[in-house]
Design a protein around this ligand. Structure first.
Ligand code: UTP
Length: 287
């Protein structure tokens, strides 16, 4: 069985829910306390043993490249000030993995973005991580899926049970439970109404795919909005080979929405050694 060493991180969306903040900078660079969302996504991959991160970027995403690069000026400045701890911390970021950048010229949907990575991924299985979904857990979301892949050698999607009122935001799936919290999937609906939803199980931003997903993405037609939907390609893949879904352990924050992002900010601040006591005090004052 091939070991998974590559992860594709699509970051080419417009992030319209965060306009005007995302008019000139990237949603993935919004910070939770002191680290951008994209840092947590890369950490999720690296903790699962991923060695190469393939970013699919678009306009206005230069800050992501700079974040994972070495900054000589900054390091020189920090060294000059005697802040060697910070120099080491900055260096660790660029040493997290090998970083590759591919351009998606137009944001034609998540499926289209992933297809751009086809040549770099080659014929290996690979992970996909969406930085919007931040998952707090002892084992990273990608690692939890990798453990399933290593046992069954097939594509696996990260799932979460969601409230009825929220099904319209997600790809919703259903299938037979083959072991606790692990499902063999056979039905897929993208952003259904409550009536159309086939279950309460939603796909969240962690995936492992065999390279065959690329063939399905190539055949998937764009929808009415001109977007190639990843869920459509996964459904075709499931007709040719098994696709599993695993309900992930841990707390997930939907940082692609303002409310989810604010909830994550509060929880991360309450766990931050440096500020948690004063922040708790402040929250009591404003209650
Ligand atoms: P979203 O559906 O959250 O879209 O994309 P978005 O543009 O980022 O945000 P909103 O909905 O307009 O507020 C999910 C992920 O897929 C990437 C995004 O960057 C995000 O990480 N994506 C989406 C692409 O890389 N290309 C696309 O064409 C669409």
């Amino acid at each position: 069985m091939k070991k998974i060493k590559k992860a594709v991180l699509p970051v080419a969306g417009f992030g319209t829910r965060f306009l005007p903040a995302t008019k000139s900078s990237s949603k993935e660079m919004l910070p939770l306390v002191d680290k951008p969302l994209i840092h947590y996504a890369v950490k999720d991959a690296v903790e699962a043993g991923i060695e190469q991160i393939i970013f699919v970027t678009g306009r206005g995403k230069r800050a992501i490249e700079d974040y994972f690069d070495i900054s000589f000026e900054l390091e020189f400045h920090l060294s000059f000030q005697g802040k060697s701890d910070l120099v080491d911390e900055m260096r660790k970021i660029s040493d997290m993995a090998d970083f590759v950048y591919i351009r998606q010229k137009e944001p034609k949907g998540l499926g289209h973005a992933i297809l751009r990575a086809k040549d770099v991924v080659g014929d290996e299985p690979f992970a996909v991580i969406l930085a919007d979904d931040v998952i707090e857990n002892r084992l990273s979301g990608t690692k939890q899926l990798m453990d399933i892949f290593e046992r069954y050698n097939c594509s696996v999607l990260g799932l979460e049970r969601v409230a009825k009122e929220d099904v319209y935001k997600y790809g919703i799936v259903s299938g037979r439970e083959i072991e606790k919290k692990l499902f063999k999937l056979d039905e897929f609906v993208e952003k259904p109404s409550i009536e159309e939803a086939v279950s309460d199980k939603a796909i969240i931003g962690r995936y492992i795919f065999t390279h065959n997903i690329f063939n399905e993405l190539e055949k998937t037609k764009a929808d009415k909005k001109g977007e190639v939907q990843l869920t459509d390609a996964i459904e075709s893949l499931s007709k040719k080979e098994v696709v599993y879904g695993k309900i992930l352990e841990g707390k997930r924050f939907d940082c692609g929405s303002k409310l989810g992002f604010l909830k994550a900010t509060v929880e991360f601040a309450l766990n931050d050694k440096e500020i948690k006591d004063e922040f708790k005090k402040y929250l009591k004052e404003v209650e």
